[in-house]
Design a protein around this ligand. Structure first.
Ligand SMILES: NC(=O)c1ccc[n+]([C@@H]2O[C@H](COP(=O)([O-])OP(=O)(O)OC[C@H]3O[C@@H](n4cnc5c(N)ncnc54)[C@H](O)[C@@H]3O)[C@@H](O)[C@H]2O)c1
Length: 360
C-alpha cells in the first residue's frame, strides 16, 4: 500500500492521530476551534496557545473546548512565554494558525498584523529550533499570499508572493520566514519537518469574526435585517472549513513518512467553485431566506477582486481532494447558523458535520 493510500485510510479511520501530542496555535479562533474538536475526537492530545477568544459568541466557548483540551492563553509575540510553553509541551506535531486574520482590521492594526503574522511565526519557529524535539510543523498562511494580478489565472505554489493590504503582505512575509527556517533546520540537521499551507476563503458555522461574509449574513438573518454586501462581484475560492483542516492534517501525516513533501501547498475548491460573493449570498438564502442589498463602497480600502487558487499540487502529491462542493459547503454553513439560532447545541451541530464530512 502506498503512502498516499495509507494516509487517506488512516484519516478516514481516525487512527493516525490517536495519542499524538499536537500543539495548535490559534486554537481559540474559528478554524482552530474546529480543528481542536476534530483532533480531540480522533484521540489526539491537543495543546493550544492563543489569545483569549475575542468574539461574542465564540466557537471556542460554544464547543466547550476548555473542558476538552489543555491550553495556554498567551501572545505569540511574547517570545519567552511562547518558548517556555513549546519547551514544556514538546509536541510531535505543530499547526500554526495564530494570526491577525482580518484584511480590514489589518488597515487599522497594521503594526500588530505584521508583528503577529511575521514575528509571531519567527518566534514559534525559533522556539522549536531551540527545543530541537523531533516534530512536524504546518504553518497556515492563505491564498492571499500571491501577488494578485486581478486576472483569471489560478495561482500555483510557484507564483510570486506579494500582497497590497497589510494582511496579505504580512502572510507573504510569513511564507518567507517559513522558507528561511526550513533551510536553517536542514543546515543544522534538526529533526523538524516544516511546510506551509495556503487555504482559500474558508466558510463554516461558528465563525463570528467581524466583516466576514458568512458571519455577516448569519448576523443579519438572525436580527431580521437586510444583508449588505461590500463587493458582490468579487470572486473567491470558497471552501468549507473542514476541507483545509483535512489538508493540513493529511500534509502533516504524510510528511512523517516522506520528508521531501515539506513545501508549500494550496488547499482550495475545484475550479468551478471559485465563485462570486453574490453567488454565496444567493446560495445561502436558499437555506435561510432573507433579503440583501449590494452596497458597493468605492471609498473602501483595497481588497482583491479576483482570486483563484490551483490545487493540483495537493491533489497529486498528497492525494488530497475537496469533498464538499460550493453548494454543500454554503448549505452546511447556513444550516449550522440556523440550527444554532434555533437553540440546538453548537457542539452537536459541529459533531454531526464532522461526521458527515468523514463519511464523504
Ligand atoms: N478564515 C479564512 O477564510 C482563512 C483563509 C485562509 C487562511 N486563514 C488563516 O487561518 C488561520 C486561522 O484563521 P481563523 O479564520 O481561524 O482566524 P481567527 O481570527 O478566528 O483566529 C485567529 C486565532 O489567532 C489567535 N491570535 C491572534 N493574534 C495572536 C497573538 N498575538 N498571539 C497568540 N494568538 C493570537 C487568536 O487568539 C485566534 O485564536 C489564520 O492564520 C488565517 O490567516 C484563514
Amino acid at each position: 500500500m502506498g503512502n498516499r493510500q495509507r494516509a487517506l485510510e488512516n484519516l478516514v479511520l481516525n487512527t493516525f492521530w490517536k495519542n499524538k501530542r499536537v500543539l495548535l496555535t490559534g486554537h481559540t479562533g474559528f478554524k482552530g476551534s474546529w480543528m481542536s474538536l476534530w483532533l480531540h475526537q480522533m484521540g489526539a492530545e491537543v495543546y493550544g496557545y492563543a489569545l483569549k477568544p475575542d468574539t461574542k459568541p465564540s466557537l471556542f466557548d460554544q464547543l466547550q473546548l476548555e473542558q476538552k483540551i489543555l491550553h495556554r492563553i498567551g501572545d505569540i509575540c511574547e517570545a519567552e512565554t511562547l518558548a517556555a510553553y513549546v519547551t514544556e509541551i514538546k509536541a510531535d506535531f505543530v499547526f500554526h494558525l495564530a494570526a491577525q486574520s482580518l484584511v480590514l482590521r489589518s488597515y487599522r492594526e497594521t503594526l500588530n498584523t505584521w508583528n503577529t503574522n511575521v514575528m509571531g511565526t519567527a518566534h514559534l519557529l525559533e522556539a522549536l529550533r531551540k527545543v530541537a524535539h523531533p516534530c512536524t510543523v504546518v504553518v497556515v498562511t492563505t491564498d492571499k499570499v500571491y501577488q494578485n494580478h486581478e486576472s483569471d489565472h489560478a495561482y500555483t505554489e510557484t507564483d510570486s508572493l506579494g500582497g497590497i493590504d497589510p494582511y496579505s503582505a504580512s502572510k507573504a512575509g510569513t511564507e518567507l520566514v517559513v522558507g528561511s527556517y526550513r533551510s536553517l533546520f536542514a543546515q543544522e540537521n534538526l529533526p523538524i519537518t516544516l511546510a506551509s499551507a495556503r487555504a482559500g476563503n474558508v466558510i463554516g458555522g461558528g465563525d463570528w469574526c467581524e466583516n466576514r461574509l458568512l458571519p455577516d449574513i448569519a448576523r443579519a438573518l438572525m436580527q431580521g435585517k437586510s444583508i449588505e454586501t461590500r463587493n458582490p462581484s468579487a470572486v473567491r475560492p470558497w471552501q468549507h472549513v473542514l476541507e483545509p483542516l483535512s489538508g493540513y492534517m493529511m500534509l502533516a501525516q504524510m510528511m512523517t513518512t516522506d520528508k521531501t513533501l515539506a513545501a508549500a501547498y494550496n488547499f482550495g475548491p475545484e475550479p468551478r467553485d471559485n465563485r462570486t460573493v453574490e453567488d454565496v449570498i444567493e446560495t445561502a438564502l436558499k437555506t435561510w431566506p432573507g433579503v440583501y442589498h449590494a452596497n458597493v463602497d468605492a471609498a473602501a480600502p483595497h481588497e482583491a477582486g479576483l482570486l483563484k487558487l490551483a490545487i493540483g499540487k495537493a491533489q497529486t502529491k498528497l492525494g488530497w481532494q475537496p469533498k464538499w462542493n460550493f453548494e454543500t459547503a454554503v448549505a452546511n454553513t447556513m444550516i449550522w447558523y440556523k440550527e444554532a439560532a434555533a437553540g440546538r447545541a453548537a457542539l452537536d451541530i459541529t459533531r454531526d458535520q464532522i461526521k458527515a464530512y468523514e463519511v464523504a
